[in-house]
Design a protein around this ligand. Sequence first.
Ligand code: ADP
Ligand code: ASP
Ligand code: MG
Length: 402
Amino acid sequence: MLIVKKFGGTSVGSPERIMNVAIRCVEDFKKGHDVVVVLSAMGKTTDELIALAHKVNPKPQKRELDMLMTTGEQVSVAMMAMAMDSLGVRAISLNAFQVAMHTTSQYGSARLKRIDSERIHHELEDRKIVIVTGFQGINKYDDLTTLGRGGSDTTAVALAAALHADACEIYTDVDGVYTADPRIVKSAKKMPVITYDEMLELATLGAGVLHNRSVEMAKKYGVTLVVRSSLNYSEGTVVKEDTGVEKLLVSGVAVDKDADRVSVIGLKDQPGIAFRLFDTLAKANINVDMILQSIGRDGTKDISFTCDDGVMDDAIKAIEGAKGRLQYKGIDTRADVAKVSIVGAGMMTNPGVAAKMFEALYNEDINISMISTSEIRVTVLIDEKDAERAATAVHDAFKLSD
Ligand code: ADP
Ligand code: ASP
Ligand code: MG
């Protein structure tokens, strides 16, 4: 069997933890399996490297930031190879360059395009454990790129697909995927299985346990994922196409505190205005999420949208730069907002789900400022200070801990 095992930052956060992971991987290797290990940077290294960059430049160039951040993963893979060697097992660490993990060119949010699997196969045939840096790639300029925060999960799934692995195991600091972030909602319950679609929605809406691109890729290539703890041997959660169980009305709650709201006030109430606004944002490479347009009054209207807090300044700059074309009166922004979402494949055939969510928020006296829905989710934008109370109230209203 070929097994890809990915370990996140906490799991390799100290020399002792690295040793613990090494032992776990060696157990599989000694059973005769081929083992490919994907690692994140140790502990909070990536955050620390970003903070370090900002000490010398408030707006570090994205290329150089990637160059800096990718060092984190290089530390952990080298450490792991040394730990395995100390256990008497042959192991080799490889970075994105050595494997050749090709990505698109945008620094900070590159997408994996192609992985050369030759070197890895060669090392596996030589009976070594292969340890690969997560989160990084190389672009057409031979520069190092990163896949976006949390991107090591995507490296693991991409490798599992490229190597036709028999298993892809994502080890983290919780026992699996829960009905809500167990650090926020105390009554959250571990799910034994979840579909790709539900997991994708949860991950996209803020459940950081898996990088959303990793789920997208797992679905595309049919890679079954298992999310489990690196600290114990409990079963974990299987992420796959069809769970074989009856679809739950609501399977989980997600919280995203990284959302910001931007409102463009006093736009002309005429055709083409929304197009011009979102075209301006798209050209500036800004992803928007929820959108709300007010009805026109006195010939003007307002359009609000949410985006990640990392891009709000760029969004404002783009809108201000297009003032002549957009002709608005003002821009109003808020960073202290959060999105709370419910996700469930059973929702599409059941009216009343949204109402129940709103009722739970009403009972807690929490005001909703924006709403958006899809077939399998409902998202509300609320004050960030209410996020945890809202998530718990909604989680309990749908009895997800039963
Ligand atoms: P790693 O470093 O292993 O990649 P992450 O911090 O990226 O770990 O992801 C694990 C964290 O995801 C957990 O500690 C938990 O707080 C958070 N999380 C958010 N939503 C969920 C959820 N629905 N189920 C489990 N964990 C979740
Ligand atoms: N080390 C990177 C991060 O902190 C990648 C990852 O952990 O998946 O975002
Ligand atoms: Mg992660």
